[in-house]
Design a protein around this ligand. Structure first.
Ligand code: OAD
Length: 250
């Protein structure tokens, strides 16, 4: 489908005409057309190939840090080798035309590399490395990486000697406070929310569209598949991020 559904086109035009804000909430589907795997839904998605309880919790880290670090080093490498897609670029262009807040669940940096300012990385950032024990940021170079998924002993903190962990939110951990506050504020004051490429299964992030709606926003879902959030969207557009967003911005 190469036209914007009329109701969605109208919602964006109305928002711009009234000086309203747009909030975009993105998930893993946003980066799928850049070649990064999503977490759920396909045979090669991350959580169908790997057990999140062995790789994405603080307990898993304590149990086997080399396993966890090696897996995240592999994911960092996938991101480093990927490029922003037309959808990422379209969102950067949209922000030039309308006040826009970008809230992402993604831990990659493809929005930034497409020229966007990300208001909130609610699940953290892969490359925002910090010490597991003292929390000190680690901004030195990454250790050597060997191809594929394998165990790699994590680097050590220059301050306390504990291990350096990826800057992501693991299951059971709280979201970064400032990022979450920005996300709630963005959702609460937008006139239009675009929900792009998320299954809407992980809370509290998945609660942001309902919050926007309670504050009067129109909610549009862009996703090739129905999701847990579809029922509460005002409009759904069953297509991909890299197809829809350039059309919407044009
Ligand atoms: P999921 O993997 O749960 O969902 C990806 C969504 O993207 C699905 O609804 C797909 O239909 C959709 N999708 C796939 N390809 C697409 C495309 N080209 N364009 C648009 N949509 C597409 O990813 P998230 O919802 O982001 O948490 O997952 C939420 C959280 O669960 C993640 O942030 C991560 C994970 O565990 C943490 O790491 C804390």
């Amino acid at each position: 489908m190469d036209v914007v559904p009329a109701a969605i086109d109208d919602a964006l035009r109305r928002t711009i005409a009234n000086g309203g804000r747009v909030c975009v909430l993105t998930g893993a589907g946003m980066s799928a057309e850049s070649g990064l795997p999503t977490f759920r839904g396909t045979h090669d998605s991350l959580w169908s190939r790997f057990d999140p309880m062995r790789l994405a919790t603080a307990e898993a880290w304590r149990e086997d840090p080399a396993l966890v670090w090696g897996w995240y080093r592999w994911r960092m490498r996938l991101v480093r080798d990927a490029q922003p897609n037309a959808g990422h670029r379209a969102l950067a262009a949209l922000a030039q035309r309308v006040p826009l807040s970008l809230v992402t669940q993604n831990v990659d940096d493809l929005h930034e590399r497409a020229g966007s300012i990300v208001d909130a990385h609610v699940h953290g950032s892969l490359f925002a490395l910090r010490c597991f024990a003292c929390g000190r940021a680690h901004d030195g170079p990454l250790d050597d990486y060997v191809d594929g998924v394998q165990r790699i002993e994590p680097m050590r903190c220059a301050a306390c000697g504990d291990r350096i962990r990826p800057g992501v939110v693991w299951f059971g951990e709280a979201l970064p406070e400032a990022a979450w506050a920005s996300a709630v504020s963005a959702a609460g004051r937008c006139a239009l929310m675009l929900v792009v490429g998320t299954s809407g299964l992980v809370y509290p992030a998945a609660g942001l569209p309902a919050l926007a709606r309670r504050h009067g926003a129109t909610v549009v879902e862009i996703n090739p598949e129905p999701t847990a959030l579809s029922a509460e969207a005002d409009h759904v557009w069953r297509t991909t991020a890299a197809q829809a967003l350039p059309l919407l911005v044009r």
